[in-house]
Write a protein that binds this ligand. Sequence first.
Ligand code: CDP
Length: 196
Amino acid sequence: MIFTVAVDGPAAAGKGTISKALAARFGLAHLDTGLLYRAVGAKGGDAVAAARGLEPADLARGDLRSLEAGAAASRVAAIPEVRAALVAFQRDFARREGGAVLDGRDIGTVICPEAEVKLFVTASPEVRAHRRGLEVGGDAAQVLAEVKERDARDMNRADAPLKPAPDAVLLDTSDLSVEAAVAQAAALIESRLQGA
Ligand code: CDP
């Protein structure tokens, strides 16, 4: 079975949590594509060379979830050659046998426009900053500023900007529990699997 679930959206909207839960529930492989950009940003030096030479060990670093790693990721993610170096791996993952869930910014628009299910997960900036603050700690105002700055950079870049695919289903998680958000996403997948 080839079946791709594309989960896109802004920083800390709940993409990762929802994607992991969906992958477990439907037995799909999961790829957090943000980790690729975080690893490239964290390597330092020439970002294009880092992207071309990315290795599994780079993704296992313990410091990739920090606010600084997120900011560095969104800077290198605006470089077209960095994005180009990471496309083939993501496309192959998306169309692997057995099905896959990928979360990121451009999965439904660029990496896998043919995805069977496309979700665009959002929440208000304040809710997202609160959730990220619980994860990484730090001053709430600073976390909110970082989230907003990163969203602006991701939405305004020329190459693969953050935006919903025209056929994406919007899921606003501002007032939803994790369970409720996953249930809505799972219902969508069920209906597409039945139609497939
Ligand atoms: O977890 P969070 O949503 O905060 O961030 P992430 O998904 O780990 O992504 C970190 C950064 O990588 C984003 O701000 C984007 O600039 C970049 N990214 C991207 O450009 N394209 C993707 N498919 C995934 C991430």
